[in-house]
Design a protein around this ligand. Structure first.
Ligand SMILES: [Zn+2]
Length: 250
């Protein structure tokens, strides 16, 4: 359904700025009520952000029916979206640190990036994320349950009062090792199928050249948040093209 914008009194009405903000409609717009100075700031920020993005924006990453994380020739159909935040040092900004002293901020701009994803790719990221906690928590619960069973505990305690604790520690360590081993082998296997480091996707490579970086520190794969639906509104969450089927200014 097309989004309808009705607030002709708004300074941003039917402008590129309005398209960049991609609000659901004028009633749910979070910026229209700003005063002049704060609107000036917003426009300056949006200009700066636009200058830091490729000419054709980033919409090809999410306005597509195909998974952009798949590495194969014929990517799977899109079933969900992956979200990550990128930061840029530009424009240079000053803020105050915890001592109240003025300091240069590390991040001048923030950009939420959505990636069309399929269930297979989503599962791979999930399996990488949870394999170690799964093994450690599972081993922890099972060994506590078993050791709290009196005959088992007493059997081990016959060898020494500290033996049950030692066994618990060994089991936990073994579970950690198994989890880490599985994670490593999955990283290798999945790397053939999915862009585990999303910055290797062409469009994101371009963003990297323009100074964008991942805000979350990455080990060997990108931390992503998966959602069934796209973000409804917000900067660069929609198309910059003013197609009548998407947007109407009345
Ligand atoms: Zn995929």
């Amino acid at each position: 359904m097309a989004r309808v914008y009705t607030n002709t009194a708004c300074r941003l009405y039917n402008t590129d700025y309005c398209r960049m903000l991609h609000m659901v409609n004028c009633d749910s717009c979070t910026v229209a009520s700003r005063n002049k100075a704060s609107m000036d700031d917003l426009i300056r920020d949006l200009d700066a952000l636009r200058a830091l993005l490729p000419e054709d924006g980033i919409e090809e990453l999410f306005l597509t029916n195909r998974c952009v994380l798949c590495k194969k020739q014929e990517p799977n159909p899109r079933t969900c979206y992956a979200l990550l935040d990128l930061g840029n040092h530009e424009p240079k900004r000053e803020g105050t640190n915890f001592l109240g002293i003025k300091t240069k901020l590390r991040t001048g701009s923030l950009l939420p990036v959505q990636l069309a994803s399929c269930d297979d790719c989503k599962k791979r990221f999930m399996k990488l994320e949870y394999v170690v906690p799964f093994w450690v928590a599972g081993a922890g619960v099972i060994s506590i349950v078993l050791l709290s069973y009196r005959p088992i505990r007493e059997f081990f305690m016959a060898y020494g009062a500290e033996v049950p604790f030692a066994i618990f520690a060994v089991v936990m360590l073994a579970a950690l090792c198994i989890g880490m081993f599985l994670k490593r082998s999955r990283l290798k296997r999945y790397a053939y199928l999915t862009h585990l480091d999303v910055m290797e996707i062409e469009k994101l490579k371009k963003l990297q050249e323009l100074g964008w970086f991942e805000l979350n520190e990455k080990k060997r794969y990108t931390k992503l948040i998966f959602n069934k639906k796209r973000l409804r509104q917000g900067v660069f969450t929609g198309s910059l093209k003013n197609s009548a089927s998407e947007r109407q200014n009345v």
